[in-house]
Design a protein around this ligand. Structure first.
Ligand SMILES: [Zn+2]
Length: 278
């Protein structure tokens, strides 16, 4: 049975999967949105043998510590008005919790990523496809979907990293089609200006909204999950243009356009835990 504390550790670790870390640079103090949490400086502290990345922030009221998944990295934030001794006291008082949370995140079962061999299962928009490798006589490289198979035609000398690169390019093109649809849809519903985005391979975040450049980075791994979950991530990141924190106001805005966001988020987290992705 989980303790209440462990529950908190679990939910915080998972919540981090959707966190949008602020850039660790000094921001313009005359920013037009003074209430946005802004990192003023970052340092590393060692408390009870745990390396903690501490960010001093303006626009936050309370100290916070999180253990990020999947690397079990400890990150803390402290409001500017807090003294250093208060921060150390706070972190020391949470050291037992941190050790438990780190152990929990590290021991969480994670499926091995695909090596993209013939017969491997590759998930595309929440559906399984069998990967079929075919040798091409020349230098021809081709990928297409046929029924429930992804056919990859390559020269016989192609290595696993080359297969991965080719598949990633294919995933990127497919994911962009879905993202374009959802981005356009929510741009109209939110009546906002279009937000440029990029797709990158990330390890622990589905998406990141960068307020300074007003751009979004989406994780390439989204290609593997059902469209309903991609849609949630799009709305989640776009909502960060209005509210930086994951607070009640933030989720109220999401719920206004997606009443079942909570179920989608839960299902997405469950999918990521149980399926081999990139
Ligand atoms: Zn977020």
């Amino acid at each position: 049975m989980r303790t209440r504390e462990a529950e908190t550790a679990h939910s915080q670790a998972r919540e981090c999967a959707l966190a949008t870390p602020r850039p660790r640079t000094l921001r313009n103090p005359t920013s037009s949105i003074p209430s946005m949490p802004t990192t003023i400086s970052t340092e590393t502290l060692v408390i009870d043998g745990i390396n903690i990345t501490l960010s001093w922030k303006s626009g936050v009221r309370a100290m916070r510590i999180r253990i990020l998944s999947p690397d079990a990295k400890a990150v803390a934030t402290a409001p500017l008005h807090t003294s250093r001794s208060q921060v150390i006291q706070f972190l020391t008082s949470r050291s037992e919790w941190m050790h438990r949370a780190i152990k929990k995140v590290k021991s969480a079962p994670r499926p091995a990523p695909s090596t993209f061999d013939d017969g491997d299962t590759v998930w595309l928009f929440g559906l399984p496809y069998k990967l079929r490798l075919q040798a091409s006589p020349g230098k021809k490289k081709e990928i297409y979907i046929s029924g429930d198979e992804i056919i990859l035609t390559l020269p016989p000398t192609t290595t696993a990293p080359q297969r991965r690169r080719l598949l990633h390019e294919f995933f990127k093109q497919r994911l962009a089609i879905a993202l374009d649809v959802y981005m356009r849809d929510y741009t109209a519903k939110l009546q906002c200006c279009p937000i440029p985005y990029r797709i990158m391979s990330r390890r622990s975040v589905w998406g990141t909204f960068h307020p300074a450049t007003r751009t979004i980075i989406f994780n390439l791994q989204l290609i593997h999950v059902a469209p309903a979950y991609i849609q949630y991530i799009v709305l989640h990141e776009m909502t960060h243009q209005y509210v930086a924190a994951h607070n009640a106001a933030f989720y109220r805005r999401i719920a206004a356009l997606m009443p079942d966001w909570r179920e989608r988020r839960r299902a997405l987290q469950q999918f990521a835990r149980t399926h081999p992705i990139i």
